[in-house]
Design a binder for this molecule. Structure first.
Ligand code: GLN
Length: 248
């Protein structure tokens, strides 16, 4: 029996614009292939043992929620998260959850909030928010049948910059992405996937959902080869409709 264990960290605080839909997508796409899935919720003051999970999810949160979580992340769960990342655990982190893994967040009025420093990246708050639909291209998703394009929705004031050890998740085709300057969107480090895309991200981007599931299953089962294909007609219509709408 193949089983996958997913942890939604801080589900009551990090879950903006339907980010929980990413967890639902991972669950459904695994179950449709006969894979058993367990989802755990771990929040403030609760212990986080990364060994129990194959995928860890952190959703988006505004500056307010990030400040509430900061102490718990840094003092209680921080080392566990950092070790899990170094041990190639799969993480999916969206917007505020993505920023939290970086070194710090400097708000637009100059207040510096120390973050986890698990990834070599940092975020500077701007007065103007970067809001709208976004399309970006992921090289690792390109195949004979896919142009590797991902569509999502972004809404952030933070501008994120990546250090040399972290690569962008994709290249912005339309929208702002990490900072509206360098065409980078999101980040990849080991098996950590970060993105500014809400929307939520995975339901209308099934190739990315399956990529994340595959990486997690390969990590857990050394003989795991690949996921069975699914009928993705509806998901593909949602994907291409949104891409057309955003690209105009
Ligand atoms: N506080 C962050 C920002 O505005 C994150 C917002 C979000 O998660 N959507 O940059």
């Amino acid at each position: 029996m193949i089983e996958i264990n997913i942890c939604h960290l801080y589900p009551d605080l990090l879950n903006l614009y339907g980010d929980r839909g990413n967890v639902i997508t991972l669950v459904k796409r695994a179950q449709w292939r006969g894979i058993t899935v367990n989802v755990s919720h771990v929040s403030l003051g609760e212990s986080f043992d990364s060994e129990k999970y194959d995928i860890v999810f952190l959703g988006g949160g505004q500056d307010y929620e990030q400040e509430i979580i900061q102490d718990d992340v840094l003092k209680s769960k921080g080392n566990e998260i950092k070790n899990a990342i170094q041990n190639h655990k799969v993480f999916l982190c969206i917007c505020g959850g993505y920023q939290l893994l970086g070194k710090y967040y400097k708000t637009w009025d100059g207040k510096e909030i120390e973050f986890l420093g698990a990834l070599d990246l940092w975020t500077i708050g701007g007065k103007e928010r970067m809001i709208g639909n976004i399309v970006f291209e992921c090289d690792f998703l390109k195949s004979e049948s896919s142009d590797g394009r991902i569509v999502g929705f972004e809404n952030h004031s933070g501008r994120t910059y990546l250090g040399p050890s972290v690569k962008p998740l994709g290249k912005v085709v339309k929208g702002y992405g990490n900072n509206g300057e360098d065409f980078g969107e999101g980040a990849i480090y080991n098996n950590v996937f970060c993105s500014y895309s809400h929307g939520s991200l995975l339901p209308k981007n099934p190739s990315l959902a399956d990529h994340i599931l595959t990486v997690a299953l390969k990590q857990k089962y050394s003989d795991f080869a690949s996921l069975e294909p699914l009928n993705d007609d509806f998901e593909n219509i949602a994907h291409s409709t949104m891409i057309k709408r955003v690209m105009g």
